[in-house]
Design a protein around this ligand. Structure first.
Ligand SMILES: [Zn+2]
Length: 246
């Protein structure tokens, strides 16, 4: 079984939301995986194990997450918002804003083995855009990151996990090999490689729920944790839509 964990910010600064995990907590996750004897899987092509992914490309990844991952011998995939590289997170309603990784940092991380995937240019709800605009958001982010890092960008993550059949086909047409949702229950492996599952890890996850998400407490505990994630996703989805409705 491949368990793909999705993180956002690893930082000491608190946030009005659930997406920031303290560096201390993050290290406790790594320590837990090590002591449970869990091994790193492969994102693509999929191989069983656990994989770390980080959305949005915040600078705190280089500061806190990557050094800890390296220390414990884990890799990671990063999905930066391509139009905001080196800038503040003005696209994000999460407060406080955070700085994104610079091009220099991204290139260095790519050299050090971090897989750089794409996550659109400006982080829109892709299913709400006209297909032509969604296509640009997806394809331009691949090109920008490939030009900026000099490496092939194979993977894509849908902002907010927001995907439809049309959006999935746009990701395929843009030349990606696979794409990830935020849905823990999405079909895995070869069923549809443009709707692959991930499990978000949030600041309110205690030890037991993290263990369940990592898959060490059996299927039923995993399923409970995954259902809880769907609930969180729906709430944050609604929350992020509010400013747009107003
Ligand atoms: Zn995102």
């Amino acid at each position: 079984m491949l368990r793909v964990l999705a993180y956002h910010r690893i930082d000491w600064r608190r946030e009005l939301g659930l997406n920031t995990i303290s560096p201390r907590r993050f290290r406790s996750h790594l320590h837990f995986l090590e002591s449970a004897g869990l091994k790193e899987g492969s994102l693509w092509p999929p191989e069983p194990g656990v994989c770390f992914t980080f959305d949005d490309g915040y600078a705190n990844f280089a500061e806190y997450a990557w050094p800890a991952l390296q220390e414990y011998g884990w890799g990671a995939a990063l999905f930066p918002v391509a139009a905001y590289i080196g800038k503040e997170s003005r696209w994000d309603s999460t407060w406080p804003r955070a700085r994104h990784l610079s091009w220099r940092q991204l290139r260095k991380l790519a050299e050090e083995g971090v897989e750089i995937g794409a996550h659109t240019m400006t982080h829109p709800f892709l299913t709400r855009l006209p297909p032509a605009e969604a296509r640009e958001e997806i394809a331009d982010s691949k090109k920008a990151l490939e030009d900026g890092t000099g490496k092939a960008v194979r993977l894509f993550a849908y902002p907010y996990g927001d995907v439809s059949e049309t959006v999935a086909r746009l990701a395929e047409e843009a030349g990606f090999e696979a794409a990830y949702t935020m849905n823990p229950f999405a079909p895995s492996g070869a069923v549809d490689r443009f709707g692959l599952p991930r499990t978000g890890v949030y600041s309110i996850d205690g030890r037991r729920r993290f263990a369940a998400k990592a898959g060490t407490r059996g299927f039923r505990a995993w399923k409970r944790a995954a259902r809880f994630n769907q609930f969180i996703n729906r709430c944050s989805y609604a929350n992020r839509l509010l400013p747009r409705l107003g």
